[in-house]
Each structure stands twice: as structure tokens, then as C-alpha cells.
Write a protein that binds this ligand. Structure first.
Ligand code: 6PG
Length: 228
């Protein structure tokens, strides 16, 4: 089921989102004794991560939803973004010394299998091309990443686009990995992404709009947070 939370301002959205995320991980921590928080990269969630970095219980395990296949010192590293925002937490990352994500997928899955599961909360973004995590349209590895029996993490080589830039090699949660969550939140802003979101709700080709695979499934509720 989709629950839409539409806000008048990003300030109000971010304040509500921080509280909702804290409430979810604290509830799971109290219930299960452990909680994992899976976070996407990109530019939109930065302000809520900075706020959470001060307020999040340091027992919560933080891991990446996806990352570009770049080292920590690269400006495109999602792990570096999370390390900056969550200085009190050890971040379970995806990037390894392997030259390609395909070579690393077994080791990354072994690390992710150790996370508290199901994940307490997974925060997703969405690109204007209808990707979420690093599930990019028609990407190499996408069919495997969308398969119901996929492991938690999958290697992707996207087709280069304005959205991907030159960072086409990615590691990402698979659809099964994303759905291995107690709660899903999709964070989007602006009219363009709202239109893409609405289009994805009715999309019939999830290879062309991978976010549709998340929005159209019935197993895990998706809370959609949007502001202008
Ligand atoms: C990434 C993200 C990606 C992101 C969307 C939205 O590695 O880029 O994980 O899935 O969530 O591209 O990014 P923006 O918030 O920057 O629009």
C-alpha cells in the first residue's frame, strides 16, 4: 500500500521525516534488540541525514542502499556521504577493492547477510528516469536484481545517461533486498519527480521504470514523502 505524505515545504517534510525514521528504528530496536537502517545516496536526503546524525541511537546499524563503484575519497561516494553525516556510526558499505561490482557481489552479500533483518527501515530516492537505489532502466544486471529470488545485493552496470554521469558501475540492494524491510520510505521533491512517481504507479514495464517494481508490490507499505 502507498501512503502519501505531501508537505507545503521541504523544511516541514524533513522535520516530519526525521521523526518518522527515528520512531521506526527505535520501535524495531525495542522489539528485536537490533535495528538496521538502509539509506540511499543522492542530494535530497542530505539534510535529514545531518539531523539524524545527531539524534539516531548509536546502536542502530547503518548500511547503504546503493553505491557507485568508486573509492571513499571520490566525490560520488555514497558511503563517504553517510560517514560524514553519521560520525558516531560504523557504516556497512558496498565498495570493495575488487575492480568491478560483479566481482564483489558475493563478499558484499556476505556482509549484508550479517545486518539485522528484516531491515527496520529503507529510505529510497528516485531519479527523473524512474530509477530507485541503483536499479536503472534497462541496466545490465537489472533482470537479475528484480528477480524474486535475488540475493540482498546485486551488481549493476547502467547505460550512461545524464542521470548516471560516468558512474555507471554500481552495487545496489536488489528488489528482494529492498522488500526485506519492515518499512519503506520514498523521498522525492519537485513537480518533475511527482509526475514521474505518478507515471510509475501505472507503469507496465518495470525494466523501463524500475521504481514501479517497488511502488506496485503489495508486500511492504511504501510511505511517499514529497514537497515542492
Ligand atoms: C544514488 C542514489 C539514487 C538517488 C536518486 C535520487 O546513488 O544516486 O542512491 O538512487 O536516491 O538518484 O537522487 P537525488 O536525491 O540526488 O535526486
Amino acid at each position: 500500500m502507498i501512503n502519501e505524505f505531501l508537505f507545503e515545504s521541504r523544511t516541514e517534510l524533513l522535520a516530519q521525516l526525521e521523526q518518522a525514521m527515528l520512531a521506526q528504528v527505535e520501535a524495531v530496536l525495542a522489539e528485536q534488540g537490533a535495528a538496521s537502517l538502509l539509506l540511499s545516496g543522492g542530494s535530497t536526503p542530505g539534510p535529514v541525514y545531518e539531523a539524524l546524525g545527531q539524534s539516531l541511537n548509536d546502536k542502530v546499524q547503518i548500511a547503504l542502499v546503493d553505491d557507485r563503484w568508486v573509492d571513499l575519497d571520490h566525490k560520488g561516494s555514497n558511503q563517504a556521504l553517510l560517514q560524514r553525516c553519521f560520525p558516531r556510526h560504523a557504516i556497512t558499505g558496498m565498495k570493495t577493492a575488487d575492480s568491478t561490482p560483479q566481482a564483489a557481489v558475493g563478499a558484499v552479500n556476505a556482509a549484508y547477510d550479517k545486518l539485522a533483518q528484516p531491515f527496520a527501515l529503507t529510505l529510497l530516492g528516485m531519479g527523473p528516469d524512474g530509477h530507485t537505489a541503483s536499479l536503472f532502466p534497462h541496466a545490465i544486471g537489472l533482470a537479475q536484481a528484480l528477480a524474486p529470488d535475488a540475493p540482498l545485493c546485486a551488481a549493476i552496470s547502467a547505460h550512461r545517461s545524464e542521470v548516471t554521469g560516468e558512474l555507471v558501475d554500481r552495487m545496489t540492494l536488489s528488489l528482494a533486498g529492498i522488500l526485506n524491510s519492515r518499512k519503506l520510505i520514498l523521498l522525492i521533491t519537485g513537480q518533475d519527480k511527482l509526475a514521474v512517481y505518478r507515471k510509475a504507479l501505472a507503469a507496465t514495464d518495470r525494466s523501463a521504470m524500475p521504481v514501479a517494481a517497488v511502488l506496485q508490490q503489495q508486500d511492504v507499505d511504501v510511505d511517499v514523502y514529497w514537497a515542492e
